[in-house]
Design a protein around this ligand. Sequence first.
Ligand code: OSB
Ligand code: MG
Length: 370
Amino acid sequence: MRLEQIVLRQIRMPLVHFFETSFGRTSSRDIVLVEVRAGGLSGWGEVTAGENPFYNEEWTESAWMILRDYAAPRVLGGYELSGADATAPRFAHIRGHRMATGGLEAAVWDLEARMAGKPLYQHIGGGARLEIPCGVSIGIQESVAQLLEKIELELAAGYQRIKMKIKPGWDVDVIRQVRERFPSARLMADANSAYTLADTDHLKKLDEFFLMMIEQPLGHDDIIDHAVLQSKLDTPICLDECIRSARHAEQAILLRACGIINIKLGRVGGFREAKRVHDAALAAGIPVWCGGMLEAGIGRAHNVALSTLPGFTLPGDVSASKRYWARDIIVPPVETTPWGTIKVREAAGFGYEIDHDFLRSIAVREETLG
Ligand code: OSB
Ligand code: MG
């Protein structure tokens, strides 16, 4: 396949509620969308970088520059791409910036699925389940009462597990109150690298609450410290930020740094690498689940497709559009069943329609390449 044009768009969307993690609060998202065009068809991808380089090194602006100046030129200009799976290797010389290149890579998978007239989930080799088990990620709140109220609502909506964001000063005492109020809920905590090994004794106190896992407590790029911590905790560690490639997954597994892996499409650079991380984990008996980055509809739909691979046995952070957006960029929005699942759609590509009028109305930047 030869890509004819790549259109970059930046959209601005206010969140229905702010989302707070240990690294800061987000109230509005600036998202880069990638449209790849060939043979009269378009494929779409969404870049999952945040607005600031706080989750990892990428942000909206860096993603735009990497795509425009480095990634797009490597697949345009008449270059014959042997297939979607050959896209990520074209970007091997770009160090890091996987969310940027991953947005383009995912768009090529979507395009190739549409060319074949197949749903994206089938095209990536998924389909092990056609209903995705869903959990929610709940940010740091103004008060514990507010957190308890939110959890109550999400459980009533059917969500199958609750993830709470933690940070020093909002951890053990908060989780104790949540556990007392919801004795049998499936609970977990995500620290986004807010602790160090000096906090080992403190983190050890979380063992008494029977959490499903503790996500990324230590350094964003430190697999070895997580291995040291895991040897001292009963609760399984789930790695998020640390796992940027299948090689990292293999190394973390080898070092027993985690019992579970959160796979994010953008963080690892797209579907090719996400599948490789999945395969490495499956081979080692490590369960995985699909993480989220406050995605708009395109990224959300891609996450649904990814979650149909066989190893995605745990509820992920992929939830209904209305938890984030007053209006999503896809039609229909992503919706959940009363029992906390998302039903996978059968239309070609990522399975939803793009609301082009709405997209135009929230675009703050657009550039056509090629
Ligand atoms: O660490 O999983 C994370 C959101 C932004 C950045 C990092 C993370 C998150 C979430 C939200 O936990 C997941 C979602 O609901 O999209
Ligand atoms: Mg996380």
